[in-house]
Design a protein. Structure first.
Length: 399
């Protein structure tokens, strides 16, 4: 499949895809509740002769379908996440969110437009497409359970021969016009942590008659960071962040209990297995030093996303040869962020492909999830062209 044909088809969709993205941006929906979003995507696909099916059928959320090429080749998959965040938008965009407290602050509206555009282009050019491409418009990525829920609903049933699976995501740390990827450790495993520190409540004027769980909790938070810094090799990425602390109801009463929650990010599977015991030991012994007790609940979440060298080189080659070597952006370091797309790694090698949207405009360099972040819409066409180029190269079978 020649790139000039892809580019021509993509260019013809530019205004339509931008308008569609703006509609999604105006009417965002929180993860696992994207009924309207799903319907909008379905209607657009049907208008271009593509018949999708629901992933969560009883709730009519998420869509999947395949484009079958007319030439023999490999089978791959492209995925877009479709959910928004509970963020109040603070931009000056004419199409800013019309729903209070909900915003596409992670760019999933653009991710959706990119993969939608790729589906339309590849469907138009299926007489030149090798193999087949499975498409997944997935609900609830921000919940970190959306992919797992889609798998449980059967989105991957019968899929035994997929060569690669790609998730496309706009990024503000990549310049507009570039496509980024990371080989090896790319995105971390994400686990959740809850620690309850139990003391003895009483009057704040008589602390010697109480066991203060607030003092004990502060020591636990500090000791956990000491554990990360002094019990763990610094070359093996690990982040432990306590993000909420709740205790007490009034200024002059020492509470009986403090509860804290946080997240743990890692790559090393052996370390990940040891962490619950390490955290429990530190929390309990530190609490005991303050005459308190600690209970730890540790829950494993999404696995890490690790990109095989062969897959990385195939994508680098596709982008470099079709657009120029300067258009490929290789991340130097892994991200301790997480992506529920990693759940699909049980079926095929997976990769998150970054589509750059940063320009000289300061708002385009803000981090994802920021209430003022703005994305340059030219990234949509870049993403569509790159998605189709990667599909064309990786479905072609080099026998």
């Amino acid at each position: 499949m020649q790139q000039k044909d892809i580019d021509a088809a993509a260019a013809s969709l530019r205004e339509e895809l931008i308008a569609f993205r703006r509609t999604l941006h105006r009417f965002p929906e929180i993860g696992l509740h994207e009924v309207e979003t799903t319907q909008r995507i379905k209607e657009k696909l049907l208008a271009h002769g593509i018949e999708p099916e629901y992933i969560i059928k009883d709730e009519k959320i998420g869509l999947t379908f395949s484009i079958e090429g007319e030439l023999p080749g490999n089978r791959i998959a492209l995925r877009a996440d479709i959910d928004a965040l509970p963020v109040s938008e603070q931009t000056d965009e004419s199409f800013r969110s019309e729903r209070d407290g909900v915003m596409h602050a992670c760019g999933h509206d653009l991710n959706t437009a990119i993969v939608l555009g790729a589906a339309i282009v590849l469907n138009r050019l299926r007489d030149r497409l090798c193999g087949s491409v499975k498409f997944i418009f997935q609900s609830g990525e921000e919940t970190l359970i959306g992919a797992k829920r889609a798998i449980e609903a059967g989105v991957m049933d019968g899929e035994t021969d997929i060569k690669y699976m790609f998730a496309f995501h706009v990024k503000t740390d990549v310049p507009l016009g570039k496509i980024g990827a990371k080989c090896g450790n790319a995105l971390a495993a994400s686990d959740t942590l809850k620690i309850s520190v139990i003391g003895k409540g009483g009057h704040a004027a008589h602390p010697y008659k109480t066991v203060d769980p607030i003092i004990a909790s502060a020591a636990v938070v500090s000791a956990l960071q000491d554990m990360v810094a002094r019990e763990h090799h610094p070359a093996d990425p690990l982040v432990l962040s306590i993000c909420t602390i709740h205790g007490g109801t009034v200024f002059n009463v020492t509470p009986s209990e403090v509860t804290m929650t946080g997240t743990v990010r890692s790559f090393n599977p052996e370390l990940r297995d040891r962490l619950p015991g390490m955290i429990e030991r530190v929390a309990q012994h530190t609490a005991m030093a303050h005459n308190a007790d600690a209970e730890v609940l540790y829950e494993k979440g999404v696995p890490s996303l690790v990109v095989p060298r062969e897959m990385f080189e195939d994508v680098k080659k596709a982008v470099s040869e079709r657009f120029g070597a300067d258009r490929f952006f290789e991340y130097e370091s892994p991200s301790l962020g997480s992506e529920d797309f990693a759940w699909f790694s049980q079926f095929a090698p997976v990769m998150q492909v970054s589509v750059g949207s940063r320009t000289d405009r300061p708002e385009t360099a803000l981090p994802l999830h920021n209430e003022r972040v703005v994305f340059h819409e030219d990234c949509i066409l870049t993403g569509v062209r790159a998605a189709c180029a990667i599909a064309a190269e990786t479905t072609f079978r080099h026998d």
